[in-house]
Design a protein around this ligand. Structure first.
Ligand code: NAD
Ligand code: MG
Length: 392
């Protein structure tokens, strides 16, 4: 068996760390050959000391010297790189078989597309890149003749529940059912959400994640982005994608077939399962995740989402329905809103208001190619930034 040479983009983050945990358990199968981080040089050098990759990339070009010096001081042969172009080049490099796209936000789109174009085995956690450029990404995977395996737990669940027959991979599917935990504010009314803080929003009841996705989870924009992600990954129209709130996060998602059969994938809420599934697919490898104890769980609950208290989910469906660059605008406005909320420049309920206002202003942004999408992304960011003082 050949060792899979893996690039972990966003290695210092929550998904990156979990990925490296799985990789470390199977040195006979996986080898981390490229590691990247945004600006956390010390953390990146520490990972290099442990995993001995051939290359390390820091996205911030100003940190190249620091990275080179850190690697040298640690006595490592890892080659230092810096900047987004280096990230894209290494994602496409011959020294890599598999790319784990675990950068947060639209910042991950260029390296994700580069890996797809180069025909890599692309393990996708970076959902913002598929929301921004879904059609282009799917096309790039097809042209590059590589593969795309979801890492997002819901999409991993659906991937596992879909038929894998080569002739008709979507045969007989009626609906995709995405489960949502409901986040830390499940059950609260709109009025009760007026004064919630970033600390409360980041205290997720089931999952431990980066701060941006934690806020998305609290606003339910995370589920909105995942609906758009499911649309592109599985070629499913929006009216056949449903969201159901499931507070225990044990059923990770379901596929409903026309004959009435519904397949679900279950597991503990630990991303190492979805990461390992994607890394080893179609085989299975051990992850250290505890076996599910159904008797101890005792019950699984389900309820409809509350779109009034959590309008982000509705906004995402609207953007998907609108087509063009609307999803790119939604994503960019959300990134600006979440960052302003984390910096206490915006209240929680301003997040959907800001996104709705930006979508309204830029509803006719065209989608022709990547340049047009990135232009819509940039316009949405500056429009959102300009609107923040009028809301806060
Ligand atoms: P995180 O904030 O913990 O880590 C993000 C990583 O990206 C870090 O390594 C950081 O250095 C890097 N990064 C940040 N900005 C960058 C930039 N501008 N250029 C290059 N690198 C940059 O985030 P996370 O929770 O690990 O999430 C990563 C992605 O995976 C997100 O798209 C998220 O939605 C998705 N995801 C996460 C989880 C989870 O459990 N954490 C689950 C499903 C999907
Ligand atoms: Mg998810």
């Amino acid at each position: 068996m050949n060792v899979q040479r893996v690039a972990v983009l966003g290695a210092t983050g929550s998904i990156g760390t979990s990925s490296l945990d799985v990789i470390a358990r199977h040195p006979d199968r996986f080898q981390a050959t490229v590691l990247s981080a945004n600006a956390q040089v010390d953390a990146l050098v520490a990972l290099c000391a442990r995993f001995r990759p051939r290359h390390a990339v820091v996205a911030d070009p100003a940190r190249f010297g620091e990275l080179a010096e850190g690697l040298r001081a640690a006595g490592l042969a890892t080659v230092p790189h810096a900047g987004p172009d280096a990230l894209g080049a290494l994602a496409a490099s011959d020294e890599v078989d598999t790319v784990i796209a675990a950068i947060v936000g639209a910042a991950g789109v260029a390296s994700t597309l580069a890996a797809a174009r180069a025909g890599k085995r692309l393990l996708l956690a970076n959902k913002e890149s598929v929301v921004l450029a879904g059609a282009l990404l799917i096309e790039a995977v097809a042209r590059g003749s590589g593969s795309l395996i979801p890492v997002d737990s819901e999409h991993s669940a659906i991937f596992q529940c879909l038929p894998h027959a080569a002739d008709d991979p979507r045969g007989g599917v009626r609906r995709l059912l995405l489960t949502a935990s409901g986040g830390p504010f499940r059950g609260r009314s709109r009025a009760e959400l007026a004064t919630v803080t970033p600390e409360q929003a980041c205290a997720h009841p089931n999952w431990s994640m980066g701060r941006k996705i934690s806020v998305d989870s609290a606003s339910m924009m995370n589920k909105g982005l995942e609906v758009i992600e499911a649309h592109w990954l599985f070629g499913m129209p929006p009216e056949r994608i449903e969201v159901v709130v499931h507070p225990q996060s044990v059923v990770h998602s379901l596929v409903d077939y026309v004959d009435g059969s519904v397949l679900a994938q279950l597991g503990a809420p630990d991303m190492r399962t979805a990461i390992a599934c994607a890394l080893a697919w179609p085989q299975r490898v051990e992850t250290g995740v505890a076996p599910l104890d159904l008797a101890a769980l005792a019950r699984l609950d389900f309820e409809a989402p509350d779109m009034d208290a959590f309008p982000c989910l509705r906004l995402a469906f609207q953007a998907l329905g609108a087509g063009g660059a609307a999803a790119a605008v939604l994503n960019a406005a959300n990134e600006v809103a979440v960052s302003a909320f984390l910096q206490r420049r915006l209240r929680f309920l301003d997040i959907p208001d800001l996104i709705a206002a930006v979508l309204d202003d830029l509803h006719d942004a065209p989608h022709t190619d990547l340049e047009a999408l990135l232009d819509a992304d940039a316009r949405a960011r500056s429009r959102a930034a300009a609107l923040i003082p009028t809301l806060g």
